[in-house]
Design a binder for this molecule. Structure first.
Ligand code: ZN
Length: 967
């Protein structure tokens, strides 16, 4: 009887034989049949009472060319009231003449919107003529806005060879279910998942294509998630699933986000806790949903924004758990999608919520041109980077204050040692007089105004510029609030956090519930002596190097504990992962490994709410790339840490055991051995209760000695060899080997390396000294002691800058001339153009440094940069932690002059200023001389440092200095 059943928009149709009685009659059209025009009315043949509807082509041979049709309409409010309901059309039909089938079609029409029309069609062709039969068809009315009418159209296309005639009687439309999806008796998800577990559900493959259902008003998150599901299931099975808004619950379906099905189980992304997610099977459907920002735009999804994307995360959970998908690296090469004939599930009911509410990365755009920015952002989303609370991480602020208040309120800015106000912004940011009441009041006004303009934001940063200790305000009030008795990590804690508390207290009055954020950083890293207010969020900046050393772990725990009891609302962590790679001498040395990551997170689990992980902003040559340098060093770590920040209970061994075979195939074993041996070498260090040394000797001689590096690189080379011809494993092994080549190259530079024996400079005395005008052309310089041929500070890295210094003295001064040059192909050099002429941190720019030490580590440092900029320091400890910049040698005269491809300079230092508690001898200093050269290459800056006596590390290592005698 039923010859054809066609679905266009997937609205389910059942014809004939449905026994269930309709629940509620919506419209009975019988009474309307008597108003039909004569040609459409059958008075002699009808079902029970006259008349019936007649669809007649007319006599044979005179058939109309057009179809003969009649529609049964429900209009306006009555139609709109049926949104989301399931209705049934029923009628008695009888074929009187001919063979033309009767077509039924169902439509929804709305005002001017093409999407409003929904159609279904079927054909009826009964075996016998002149016999009444009952037909019925069911339809779900979608939740469309602006519905104008719902109609059921019956039509017949005359065949043109004979008379065709159909009769239709007792047409009725009824509601059959209030909710077409849920069963009459609701189940909870757990029972639904349990009851359906016994029957495997095929979602894709072998010709099965589950529909991927999104809500009619699906947000960007659900649409993006649906697309990700479709793309990955296609890659796994070859089946292309259709994304639809058809929510009738027929056949296998994957419901994404907010659909009628998920709502019928109480799952609504707008109601769920942020990032809380669920994936569950109920009958023949899977629900994938999670708490999210409802109006997130696709551009936000592909960004660093910390917005809850619960449904998208649930989709990735689904793809990982059900389809075995893994995103180990960014891009296609890094994606593992196991090929499967079918994707099938039994029982499925998983939920979760992230262990950390903030999972961010700094320097997270790769400097590798083979990876696009989009691929990188997508990868971070796929491994669940992001968060739910906005941006709780503090960073340096007040950047626009010099522009706003620099002229009219110079008193708002830090007083410098030369008496000027730092009412300008430099590379270190902006530094204020934090004790000034006007500064507090203005910071409060700014915070309140910002919160009012950004009502959904929760955090507002107030944090001094970088190098706070050096630029700390020297006014009387600020100096009183400093705590010189505390060590370098706490000297300005009380001052900075008192300012933060004052601002937070006022902001709480006007915008309660919001947070003021600041970092515990540098000279205000230690907890202050008083409690932190409860509307302050603190970002702990804790530069541990290396993380794994026991001293560092204990110290870190103490630090976290100290702040945990501070009263602050929340603690976050700026996690400097790659700090071990930031120093010359250890460039290119891998640091941090998966098992250590788990241990590191265990230390602060539950106390730290979120972290931003700083990846390496310089590459293995020491080049500043301000992007993710040597991403291959970290990519496995980033994958692992994201899994652990998402769920810190995960077993690292399980992650790794999946990773090697899935990702490297035939090369799995050598790569596994490489990473395991590397982590073993890295994590095993001599027990010590002191901060661990991480310098070129600890690195290249003790941790990764040459024979070890050779063995490790051998493993990667064999991984490449055994995977030859087997893609994508070979490409991955090759990329891994290439990624770690800098490890081998840096190791080679330090093989057999030894510091040269210290040399001596004998400085002649002159009676007619030169004039320090920057141009060392006086005849007297010809008599000077001369040093040149500066070497790289490790006597290892290539350096192209040339430096010459000459020395003279008289009874008052030491005179130094400088000639600093670079190759002509270096067109752009980083000069200290915007730096203050006196006591700026000139080591960050083109310049030379002069060190004079006594018998111990007490030393004076002078830095000379074009254009006649100078900084002088006096250091007492081995490490430059004391605020040595406060020392000044006011009588020192210095000047420079630019020349082609370089500059010259002269400096006259009063010998009376080079006083030592423990002098090296009468007229004798321990000395060293350095050159900082920063050529720009595009947007990137390279730091090329060279020196007279290589120090193999910090310039402050006086043990490696040479000797200067004044004759
Ligand atoms: Zn001040």
């Amino acid at each position: 009887m039923l010859t054809s059943l066609k679905k266009t928009l997937g609205i389910g149709i059942c014809l004939l034989g449905i026994g269930a009685a309709a629940d509620t009659e919506i419209r009975n059209f019988k009474s309307e049949l008597s108003r039909l025009p004569e040609g459409k009315k059958s008075e002699d043949v009808f079902y029970k009472t006259a008349p019936a509807l007649k669809l007649d082509s007319g006599e044979a041979g005179k058939q109309k060319s057009n179809n003969v049709a009649h529609g049964f309409y429900i209009f306006g409010e009555q139609a709109r009231a049926l949104r989301g309901k399931k209705i049934r059309f029923e009628a008695q039909i009888q074929r009187r003449e001919g063979k033309a089938p009767l077509r039924g079609s169902f439509r929804i029409s709305g005002n001017g919107n093409k999407n409003m029309t929904s159609k279904n069609a079927f054909l009826l062709s009964p075996a016998e003529n002149k016999k009444w039969e009952k037909v019925s068809a069911d339809f779900a009315i979608p939740e469309l806005d602006g519905i104008e009418n719902i109609n059921f159209l019956l039509s017949m296309y005359p065949r043109g060879v004979e008379e065709d005639c159909w009769l239709v009687d007792d047409p009725v439309i009824s509601m059959i279910e209030d909710n077409p999806v849920a069963e009459k008796w609701q189940k909870n998800i757990g029972i639904a998942a349990f009851d359906s577990a016994g029957t495997p559900l095929v979602l894709a493959g072998n010709g099965v294509k589950a529909k991927v259902v999104v809500g009619l008003k699906a947000n960007a998150v659900a649409r993006f998630a649906a697309k990700e599901i479709v793309d990955h299931i296609q890659a796994a099975t070859g089946e292309v699933l259709e994304i639809t808004t058809d929510d009738t619950g027929n056949g296998p379906a994957i419901h994404v986000g907010n659909t009628k099905l998920t709502r019928s189980y109480g799952i609504d992304p707008e109601q769920m806790a942020p990032e809380n997610w669920v994936i569950a099977r109920v009958g023949s459907a899977v629900m994938i949903s999670g708490g999210e920002k409802p109006d997130a735009a696709e551009s936000e999804i592909l960004s660093r924004a910390n917005i809850p994307l619960g449904t998208l995360s649930a989709a990735y959970e689904f793809l990982e758990r059900v389809a075995g998908v893994r995103w180990y690296w960014p891009g296609k090469l890094g994606t593992v999608v196991p090929r499967q004939k079918t994707i099938r599930i039994g029982h499925l009911y998983e939920t979760g919520t992230p262990s950390y509410n903030t999972r961010m990365f700094f320097y997270d755009t790769s400097s590798d041109p083979s990876i696009s920015n989009r691929e990188m952002r997508l990868w971070f989303r796929r491994i669940r980077s992001g968060g739910s609370v906005g941006d709780p991480i503090a960073n340096h602020t007040f950047m626009d204050w010099p522009e706003r208040f620099g002229k009219n309120h110079p008193e708002y800015f830090a007083l410098l040692s030369d008496g000027s106000r730092k009412n300008y912004r430099n590379a270190h940011g902006v530094h204020l007089c934090l004790s000034h009441p006007g500064v507090v009041a203005q910071a409060v006004r700014d915070a309140v105004a910002w919160f009012k303009a950004n009502p959904s934001a929760k955090f507002y940063a107030i944090m001094p510029g970088d190098s706070n200790n050096l630029y700390y305000c020297r006014c009387e009030r600020c100096q009183k609030s400093a705590s010189p008795e505390k060590d370098s990590s706490g000297v300005h804690s009380n001052a900075v956090w008192s300012f933060v508390n004052q601002v937070a207290a006022e902001v709480a009055k006007e915008v309660p519930g919001k947070r003021i954020k600041c970092a515990s950083y540098a000279d205000y890293q230690a907890r202050p002596d008083f409690p932190i207010l409860s509307n302050v969020a603190v970002t702990l900046c804790y530069p541990t190097t290396p993380h794994s050393r026991i001293y560092n772990r204990k110290h870190y725990l103490r630090h976290v504990k100290e702040w945990h009891s501070s009263g602050a609302a929340e603690l976050y962590l700026w996690d400097y992962w790659d700090k071990p790679r930031y120093s010359r001498g250890v460039y290119g040395a891998p640091s941090f490994f998966p098992r250590e990551i788990k241990e590191w997170l265990t230390l602060d689990g539950g106390v730290i709410k979120g972290r931003v992980i700083e990846l390496s902003g310089i590459d293995s040559n020491g080049k500043k790339v301000d992007a993710w340098g040597d991403w291959l060093y970290d990519v496995q770590n980033v994958y692992v840490v994201n899994r652990l920040m998402w769920n810190r209970n995960e077993d690292v061994e399980k992650i790794l055991n999946e990773f090697y075979p899935a990702f490297y195939g035939p090369a799995a074993e050598p790569v596994r051995q490489f990473y395991t041996e590397m982590e073993r070498a890295w994590s095993c260090s001599p027990a010590s209760d002191k901060p661990a040394e991480w310098d070129w000797e600890a690195c290249w001689k003790k941790t990764y000695p040459p024979e070890f590096v050779d063995k490790m690189m051998g493993l990667l080379r064999s991984a490449v060899a055994v995977s030859q011809g087997k893609e994508p494993y070979h490409s991955r092994a090759l990329k891994t080997l290439e990624g770690f080549l800098p490890f081998e190259a840096n190791s080679r530079m330090f093989r057999g390396q030894k510091a040269p024996a210290p040399q001596t400079i004998r400085v002649p005395s002159v009676s007619a000294p030169p004039v320090a005008d920057g141009n060392p052309d006086e005849e007297v310089w010809k008599k000077a002691a001369r040093i040149a041929d500066f070497v790289d500070s490790y006597n290892s890295y290539e350096q192209k800058a040339r430096t010459e210094m000459r020395f003279l003295h008289d009874k008052n001064n030491l005179y130094v001339s400088v000639k600093a040059e670079w190759p002509p192909e270096r067109k752009e050099i980083l000069f200290a153009d915007n730096a203050h002429p006196r006591d700026a941190l000139l080591w960050n720019y083109e310049g030379v440094e002069l060190f004079f030490a006594g018998g111990d580590s007490e030393r004076y440092q002078f830095i000379l940069s074009p254009d006649s900029k100078m900084a002088d320091f006096h250091w007492l400890e081995k490490d430059p932690k004391t605020p040595g910049i406060q020392w000044n040698s006011p009588q020192t005269r210095a000047a420079t002059k630019r020349i082609a491809n370089g500059w010259t300079g002269e400096i006259a230092i009063p010998l009376a200023d080079l006083k030592f508690k423990n002098p090296a001898g009468n007229g004798t200093f321990r000395v060293n001389f350095f050159r900082n050269h920063y050529p720009k290459e595009g947007n990137q800056v390279r730091w090329e440092q060279s020196c007279w006596m290589p120090t193999f590390g910090s310039f402050h290592d006086v043990g490696k200095y040479g000797i200067m005698h004044l004759e």
